[in-house]
Design a protein around this ligand. Structure first.
Ligand SMILES: *Cc1c(COP(=O)(O)O)cnc(C)c1O
Length: 379
């Protein structure tokens, strides 16, 4: 089976993990801050805060922005459920903004219209989470301008998009957002097995995320209410979680970061090959904005007879997948008042979508097998 995505682990990655396992620290040592600095630097942000998953990083990002009961979080339906669930974790209400029909990214036009209505009703969101679907940046200049106009905070869900660029700058520089979150799950661009990281240029937000990542406990005098009673002293000043990344994960991440550009280049080369080889087939290839370099986490195609094509590809040993079942159609969200029909662009895309294999270790010969299987299936 050729999977739709998989990790690429080198001999250097194995050495890095082996070394950290015999070092003094398996957690709370020097590797996590080094990884944080490394990722922040590579995307031009001031601060990096690592966590044990992107879901955790999104959660502490929402907490740092003060999201709570009575507040609203908006994201897109075309995402993994975690982008929405973090709002529920905070006790906020979750709502969605539909996607553009060609890029499958948050539509700035739909966002503007929904914000106007919400302003009139007094139901503006506190936090907006645009998602850089498939590795392609949303139109962050437009989204950032709307957020500024309506007084909304922005967290970019860049789980798919480390190494991507928007208008000649790296995704993660937070030029149009408060916080940007990456995922290091094995199918993503680089991996730490499980792991995530939030970048920000705001020192107070970075400190708040660090606090919430580790029980709400601090040894920082400036955050304490009482004066220190001695070298052992710490205070819990908020209710946080244990969302820490281990040294083992960070060591793998540091090693993987050395190949980030190569991974993104290979994924782009594969995408260009698909663009060429699929151009004569009756399917829709993913549209690319002109002002982005995608990291091509996914290569989503659209076909009219989706279920049949999906089954034929699986039967041919091609591990295709579908990204995403619109979040608002899951039973959990339907029980909260949403239903089919609410977000037509996300639903129309979903009904035809198939993600075909793309990952750094996919070779040309295997990619040609995918193309041949697809060609057969389409008849
Ligand atoms: C993978 C993913 C997440 C969650 O990442 P984890 O690291 O698995 O918690 C969140 N949002 C999107 C869009 C994702 O693809």
């Amino acid at each position: 089976m050729i999977p739709y995505g998989r990790q690429d682990i080198s001999a250097e990655d194995l050495d890095a993990v082996r070394q950290v396992l015999t070092s003094d620290f398996l957690t709370q040592g020097p590797a996590v801050p080094e990884f944080e600095a490394r990722v922040a630097k590579s995307c031009g942000a001031v601060h990096g805060v690592a966590a044990n998953s992107a879901t955790s990083a999104l959660h502490i990002a929402c907490m740092a922005l003060g999201l709570g009961p009575g507040d609203r979080l908006w994201t897109v339906p075309n995402t993994f459920v975690a982008s929405a669930n973090v709002g529920i974790y905070c006790g906020a209400e979750v709502d969605f903004v539909d996607i553009e029909p060609d890029t499958y990214l948050m539509s700035p036009a739909a966002l503007e219209e929904k914000l106007r209505w919400a302003e009139r009703d007094g139901t503006l969101p506190k936090v907006l989470i645009p998602v850089h679907f498939a590795g392609q940046s949303c139109d962050m200049a437009a989204i950032g301008a709307l957020a500024a106009r309506f007084g909304i905070r922005v967290i970019e869900d860049a789980s798919h998009a480390i190494g991507a660029r928007y208008r000649d700058a790296p995704v993660g520089d937070c030029a149009y957002s408060d916080i940007c979150v990456f995922s290091f799950h094995p199918v993503k661009i680089i991996t730490t097995a499980e792991g995530g990281l939030a970048t920000t240029n705001d020192a107070a937000l970075a400190r708040a995320m660090e606090l919430h990542r580790s029980h709400g406990v601090t040894r920082d005098r400036s955050l304490m209410e009482s004066k220190s009673e001695g070298g052992w002293y710490y205070e819990q000043v908020a209710l946080g979680y244990n969302y820490r990344m281990t040294e083992i994960q960070a060591a793998l991440g540091i090693s993987q970061m050395t190949r980030l550009d190569a991974f993104v280049a290979r994924r782009n080369a594969l995408a260009r090959r698909y663009d060429e080889k699929l151009s004569s087939l009756s399917l829709v290839r993913p549209a690319q904005r002109e002002d982005v370099l995608s990291s091509f986490h996914l290569y989503p195609i659209r076909v009219t007879d989706r279920a049949r094509i999906f089954d034929a590809l699986r039967a041919a040993g091609i591990g295709v997948n579908v990204h995403y079942i619109p979040v608002h159609t899951h039973p959990f969200y339907r029980a909260r008042g949403f239903d089919w029909g609410d977000f037509p662009a996300a639903e129309a895309y979903y009904r035809e979508a198939i993600s075909i294999p793309i990952y750094a270790g996919l070779d040309d010969a295997d990619q040609d097998l995918v193309v041949a299987a697809l060609s057969d299936a389409l008849g």
